[in-house]
Write a protein that binds this ligand. Sequence first.
Ligand code: SAH
Length: 218
Amino acid sequence: MFRRPDFDALREEMVRQQLAARDIRDERVLAAAHVVPRHRFVPRREQRSAYQDRPLRIGRGQTISQPYLVALMTQLLELKGRERVLEIGTGSGYQAALLAHLAAEVHTIERHASLAERARQVLAELALDNVHIHIGDGSLGWPDAAPYEGIIATAGAPRAPQALLDQLADGGRLVLPVGAGTRQTLQRWRRDGNQFTHEDIVPVAFVPLIGEQGWYAP
Ligand code: SAH
């Protein structure tokens, strides 16, 4: 007989030990991580590991980042609640669910239709109806709903795609991993008028962004 783990308790511990005890200071990000049931977004065999301090496999060779990195990237977007945001790489839908709690409207793009469908189902079960999932090449952004106060890519690009910079609102932030293979850097870009500046945050290792303004398909 297997007992169902106490996911609520595990999640509370995750927020305390992995996020608040490190440098996640944005109270809204901590609150969102506290309510989004991360275990619902991963395959059944990974559910028991959902609140551990590591990335998890979500199918199609893709991964969902460790909770700390998801929270850090979210914090870097500096969301206050009224924004329209864009995510590239829906994957499991977990990051999109956090964004749904922190912004007014979320658009997210995934190139694998099977992952997008699964994410759509979980987000619907959680009644997060301010998330709009699109299937396609997110390296080109989603011009139909632009501009965005925040854009986040959860796959590594060779460089910040011009299409994404173009779709930033004035004052908007773009957070993304840049670089090849395991030698990637998390960057945050900021748009002020037609001026774009960026800062390097930490070394990271994401799956590749595959697309016109990303890497070639293997
Ligand atoms: N944010 C996700 C993690 C996704 S992993 C989560 O919370 O679970 C990165 C995802 O980016 C993968 O699902 C991969 O298929 C997708 N991806 C890679 N290149 C892409 C592109 N050009 N457009 C859209 N999605 C892309």
